[in-house]
Each structure stands twice: as structure tokens, then as C-alpha cells.
Design a binder for this molecule. Structure first.
Ligand code: PMP
Length: 365
């Protein structure tokens, strides 16, 4: 029996995708072996990666002047690769809205001097406990920055942020960590210079990192950048300067087909908004639970919440697990609970969680 899995990532994958993987595992399309046992440069895997790229381009309407890269090392390696490729001895702005943008900023601070450049903190909501996006007047942006970095969905703090007009006023390229909400709703790729995401939430298995980057921004990497971290070299080589993560790319490709079959990202946005609304309404309905994020910035994907009486935390988790609702424990940095409700979480899973929340509150009032 499959449980409702609220893990922040690696997270639930769509069941139809898992079934296809299972069916194709011994014999992919009649070739007598699985797709993960053949050369990444052969005809079969070339078809798989080409179709995955084409389907992703279609889902997100990615323009031709953007490269799509299938990389490794997680979103974390991009914290280093982004300055290596884009800083060019200049300065970059970082906006900190939670744990992940804070980590990206810390790595940029570490590596910028090595690259002969600088980074600035252009805004932070830390004093609010990371419960909102910054207000435009709180930002101090450098119009000459090489890029401005944001995390548009903070997986740990549950802050989602796509109203980025204030950041774009000066035309500085926007670099966005979308690890935990890419493909959950439509976005306008043209508003960004670079989008990156680790795959293990909405995209596919861990081990794959997507980078979507405007081609003109790839032109002047730091000369010491290892070749596999260079966007220009990876783009020239179809993400195959070395062996790519073939299994993760294959599964991600199936996820893209699944998304398309359900009506694409506009349909996903409707489903995700409905799921999130249901859960937040349930949390807000009683002082027994609390989500601290300002309603306007609440994430559709990651819903952190606390019990008013935290001595009930262990009981809550045990009873939830017994009810088939797993991995609700919050990130160790913030404690409490967190329900991650990515694309593959069905509405029924969120309904089951909401029913459990109501019932638990009544029983322990
Ligand atoms: N950014 C965000 C927003 C994340 O949620 C995560 C992982 N939870 C990361 C970066 C780091 O990703 P990875 O583990 O793939 O390096």
C-alpha cells in the first residue's frame, strides 16, 4: 500500500510514472535492456534526453535563446557555479528570505573573493523570522550588479514569492532558485536570466539539477571554472561533457509527459492552489495550529505549521503515521511540522491530512 508522503524531498513521484518505470525497467521499448544500461551517447538515450528537453521547453514555453542544462551536484553546487559563471569579476546582489537563499548567499560570499568579485546583501527578511517577502522599499539594489539572486520558494520557511517587479526595475538579470516549486505553476521564463532547481521535489529523482539560462549570460565564466560546471561547455555538449544522470533524466522526462497529459502547468496551478487553500484553511480554523507566514506569501508547496502545545508533537507524528500520513516532521532548523504537497500529492492526500488535523485537534483540545 502506498502512503501519503509529505516529505520535502526526495518526495512523492506520480504513481503513473513509477508504473511506467516498473514496466520498462527490464526491457525499454523492446531493446532488450533498460534505458539505464545503455550508452548515454547511443540512439536510445539520445531520444530520451531530446524528448525530455523538448517537453520541458513546451511546458514552460522556454524561448530558444535560453539553454536547458541537465546537470549534477544538486541546487547546492549551483550556489557555487552561478558566481563562477556569472560574476565575471563584478558584484552580485543577494536577497535573503529564508534558509536556502541564506545558504546561497553564504557560498557566494565565500567564493566571490576567489573569483575577484563581490557580493552584497540587497535585502533580508530575517528580522521577521522569514515570514514574508521583502517590501520594495526594503531592497537596496545595485543597478550595476551582474545579477540579483532570489529563492522564489523557501522550502523550510514556506515563503513563496513571484512578485519580483521591484527587483527587475533596473534590468539586472534575475537568478532564481526554484528547486521546490518549478513546474508547480506557469512562470514567465523571460523575466529571469537563470532558473535552477534540484529535481527531487517536482521534477524527478535526486541526482539531476535543471538549469535554464539565457545564452548571452554564459559568455564569460571565471577561467578556473571546472569544465563540467561551465554552462557554455555543457550547452555546447548537450549536457554531455561527461556521463549525465541517465536514470534521473529518463524519469524526469516521464514526469514532463505526465504533466502534459494533465493539461500542463496551468492545470497544475489550479490543483496546487486548491490543495494549499484547503490545508491553510484547516490550519487557520483553530488556534490549535499555527502557520506564521503572512497569508499573501504562503507557499503552495511547503506548508510549515506548529501545534500550540508542542508537547503533543510526538503524539501527533505517531498518530499521523498510523493514519498513513508520513514524514510530517518539520525541518530541524525550525522544528514543528511541515507538509510538502508537490504536484504528485493528490487532493485526496491533502483531504486526508486536513481530516486528521481536525480530528486530532478535537481529541486533544
Ligand atoms: N534550494 C532549495 C530551495 C531547496 O529546497 C534545496 C533542497 N531542499 C536546495 C536548494 C538544495 O538542494 P540540493 O540538496 O539538491 O543541493
Amino acid at each position: 500500500m502506498r502512503v501519503y508522503n509529505f516529505s520535502a524531498g526526495p518526495a512523492m513521484l506520480p504513481e503513473p510514472v513509477l508504473r511506467t518505470v516498473q514496466e520498462e525497467l527490464l526491457d525499454w521499448h523492446g531493446i532488450g535492456s533498460s534505458i539505464i544500461e545503455v550508452s548515454h551517447r547511443g540512439k536510445h538515450f539520445s531520444e530520451v534526453i531530446a524528448r525530455a528537453e523538448a517537453d520541458l521547453r513546451k511546458l514552460l514555453s522556454i524561448p530558444e535563446d535560453y539553454a536547458v542544462l541537465f546537470l549534477q551536484g544538486g541546487a547546492t553546487l549551483q550556489f557555487s557555479a552561478i558566481p563562477m559563471n556569472l560574476l565575471g569579476g563584478g558584484s552580485a546582489d543577494y536577497v535573503v528570505t529564508g534558509a536556502w537563499s541564506q545558504k546561497a548567499f553564504a557560498e557566494a560570499q565565500r567564493i566571490a573573493p576567489v573569483l575577484g568579485g563581490r557580493v552584497r546583501l540587497a535585502g533580508s527578511t530575517e528580522e521577521s523570522g522569514f515570514t514574508r517577502a521583502p517590501r520594495p522599499e526594503e531592497l537596496s539594489l545595485d543597478p550595476n550588479a551582474r545579477y540579483v539572486h532570489v529563492c522564489t520558494n523557501e522550502t523550510i520557511h514556506g515563503v513563496e514569492w513571484l512578485e519580483l517587479e521591484a527587483l527587475q526595475a533596473s534590468g539586472v538579470p534575475l537568478v532564481a532558485d526554484m528547486s521546490s516549486h518549478l513546474l508547480s505553476r506557469p512562470i514567465d521564463v523571460r523575466r529571469f536570466g537563470l532558473i535552477y532547481a534540484g529535481a527531487q521535489k517536482n521534477i524527478g529523482p535526486a541526482g539531476l539539477t535543471l538549469v535554464i539560462v539565457r545564452r548571452d549570460l554564459m559568455a564569460s565564466p571565471w577561467e578556473g571554472t571546472p569544465p563540467v560546471l561551465r554552462y557554455d561547455r555543457m550547452a555546447e555538449n548537450g549536457s554531455m561533457l561527461n556521463t549525465p544522470p541517465t536514470f534521473a533524466i529518463y524519469v524526469a522526462g516521464l514526469v514532463f509527459q505526465w504533466l502534459e497529459s494533465l493539461g500542463g502547468l496551468a492545470a497544475m496551478a489550479q490543483r496546487n492552489e486548491a490543495k494549499a487553500r484547503l490545508l491553510y484553511e484547516c490550519i487557520d480554523a483553530t488556534p490549535f495550529y499555527r502557520n506564521a507566514v503572512e497569508p499573501r506569501w504562503r507557499s503552495w508547496m511547503n506548508v510549515p505549521f506548529r501545534l500550540a502545545d508542542e508537547s503533543l508533537n510526538e503524539t501527533f507524528l505517531q498518530q499521523a503515521e498510523a493514519a498513513g500520513l508520513k514524514y510530517l516532521k518539520g525541518h530541524k532548523m525550525v522544528g514543528g511540522m511541515r507538509a510538502s504537497i508537490y504536484n504528485a500529492m493528490p487532493l485526496e492526500g491533502v483531504e486526508a491530512l486536513a481530516a486528521f488535523l481536525r480530528d486530532f485537534a478535537v481529541r486533544h483540545a
